[in-house]
Write a protein that binds this ligand. Structure first.
Ligand code: ATP
Length: 218
């Protein structure tokens, strides 16, 4: 069985995460997508929501979606200030699940373009496949020649490769384009604008109940 991990800050989780993930599960034949919230994203500003709030929003978002589960290993309290490196998580997953289980890591096109800044990025394919979701406004190719060669060398258009091999391929899925970002949602909430089509109702209700992302009143 091919397992797919989907890492992110999820501050908050939104339809730009959920819809492409559901669509790629169908396209690729993934039975389980494991949401992997990270604690201190090494390349981004700190999340606004607390770990508990992000986790609650994830739980609410997937309540009726059995395709998804949540893995909290990167936000375990024991590692208080340690950044969560994907490579360490993948290594840990391999130790737990063995060398022959097929594993994919899902990311958006923006994350792929940013990959050369990730810790030990060239070793990622030693542990998993990468499944890329297209994202509006991000280039399909990179200007970094060496990086583009690495992508082309490892790329496959055949989903069977993702099942038959434990790791090592990059697959570009044909998921729907969703012009949604958590930044845009936080901004809209701050400006008291409607986010109806951007994230699930239960998550919106929770955000409202917690007063999350609203501008502070003096
Ligand atoms: P922010 O706006 O705060 O940077 P984000 O909306 O990009 O957040 P993240 O939680 O950082 O959300 O993203 C987790 C993963 O989901 C990343 O790999 C990202 O590329 C991907 N992703 C997020 N939004 C989309 C989208 N609309 N379409 C495709 N992939 C997405």
């Amino acid at each position: 069985m091919l397992t797919a991990l989907f890492g992110g800050t999820f501050d908050p989780i939104h339809y730009g995460h959920l819809r492409p993930a559901i669509s790629l599960a169908q396209e690729v034949g993934v039975k389980q997508i494991v949401l992997l919230p990270n604690k201190i994203p090494p390349h981004k500003p700190q999340p606004i929501a607390t770990i508990k709030q992000r986790l609650t929003m994830l739980a609410l978002a997937i309540e009726d979606l059995p395709l998804f589960t949540i893995d909290t290993r990167e936000i375990a309290p024991s590692d208080a200030n340690r950044p969560s490196y994907t490579i360490d998580t993948l290594q840990q997953w391999r130790n737990e699940n063995g060398k022959t289980a097929s594993l994919a890591f899902i990311m958006g096109q923006d994350s792929l373009l940013n990959l050369p800044s990730w810790h030990k990025w060239q070793s990622l394919l030693d542990y998993c496949h990468l499944i890329i979701c297209q994202r509006p406004n991000y280039a399909a190719r990179t200007d970094n020649v060496e990086f583009q060669q690495w992508i082309d060398k490892n790329r496959t258009n055949n989903v069977k490769h993702l099942h038959d091999s434990a790791q090592g391929y990059i697959y570009f899925s044909h998921t729907p384009l969703e012009d949604i970002s958590a930044t845009q949602i936080r901004q809209k909430i701050k400006n008291q604008q409607c986010c109806e089509d951007l994230l699930p109702l239960k998550v919106r209700q929770y955000i409202q109940q917690q007063g999350l992302y609203y501008a502070k009143k003096n």
